[in-house]
Design a protein around this ligand. Structure first.
Ligand code: HEM
Length: 218
């Protein structure tokens, strides 16, 4: 038996779509700054990139607060359990109509590969983008304005890290778009992130209970 349960709460959906929009826009303006193509014009691209970057950092502050106050951060603790089964499913099983190897529930809505990927993005790639981006914004070359300890010799490492992170985020976005279509039906994952609700197996009595359990863990 399956039931329509609230799996993504309203802030979570707002955060997800704002983040998607901002990362897409930061990549579009960032690669123009990098010189990959011309669309807005270099100076406009820099201005828009800076504005979007401030928006992104404000969103991150609210998202961190939300994840810790709701206890939802626990969903992202990575695990190696069932990771091989999940990989096998995406590489082979999916083409033979196999069942999803892990069950989605309110308390565990991410599969092991998602946990690992999102953990890596949150703990590594996004912090690298924010720190290198801020260094890019506020760097100082030696002897500029006196305090030598906060000066840097060159922006090269900052540029390489920021661009490498940007390439990883674009690769992630492309993979993510494909994986969205691999839910129970091709549109079920997208619908869930738009409406918050998804048909889940065996959630009938536990759905409300689960969100209460999660809240009581705060
Ligand atoms: C809070 C986050 C971010 C901040 C503070 C930030 C800031 C900056 C700054 C100040 C620059 C240099 C602009 C200039 O040359 O005047 C830059 C360049 C760039 N940004 Fe960001 N950025 C952020 C996030 C992102 C994201 C998420 C992406 C892509 C998904 C991205 C992609 C790029 C790219 C590709 C460049 C050009 C790098 C180069 O050619 O060296 N940025 N960013």
């Amino acid at each position: 038996m399956s039931k329509n349960v609230l799996i993504y709460k309203s802030f979570e959906r707002f955060w997800h779509w704002m983040q998607a929009l901002l990362i897409f826009f930061l990549a579009a303006t960032g690669f123009e700054i990098h010189g990959t193509y011309t669309f807005f014009g270099f100076e406009n691209a820099v201005t828009y990139h800076n504005i979007a970057a401030y928006g992104f950092m404000i969103l991150i502050v609210f998202a961190v607060f939300w994840h810790f106050t709701t206890g939802e951060w626990r969903q992202y603790i990575p695990t190696l359990e069932h990771i091989r089964a999940q990989l096998n499913y995406y590489l082979f099983g999916i083409f033979k109509n196999a069942h999803h190897p892990t069950k989605k529930t309110v308390l565990s809505k991410l599969n092991p590969l998602q946990k690992l990927t999102y953990f890596g993005l949150k703990m590594l790639v996004i912090p690298i983008m924010v720190i290198s981006g801020l260094l890019y914004m506020f760097y100082r070359y030696p002897q500029n304005q006196g305090v030598e300890s906060i000066n840097i010799d060159s922006l090269e490492i900052v540029g390489v890290l920021h661009t490498a992170g940007a390439i990883m985020l674009v690769a992630f976005l492309i993979t993510h778009l494909y994986l969205i279509t691999t839910g129970e039906t091709p549109t079920s994952n997208l619908k869930a992130m738009l409406t918050g609700y998804e048909e889940l197996e065996g959630e009938e009595e536990t759905a409300v209970e689960n969100s209460e359990t999660l809240n009581s863990k705060i």
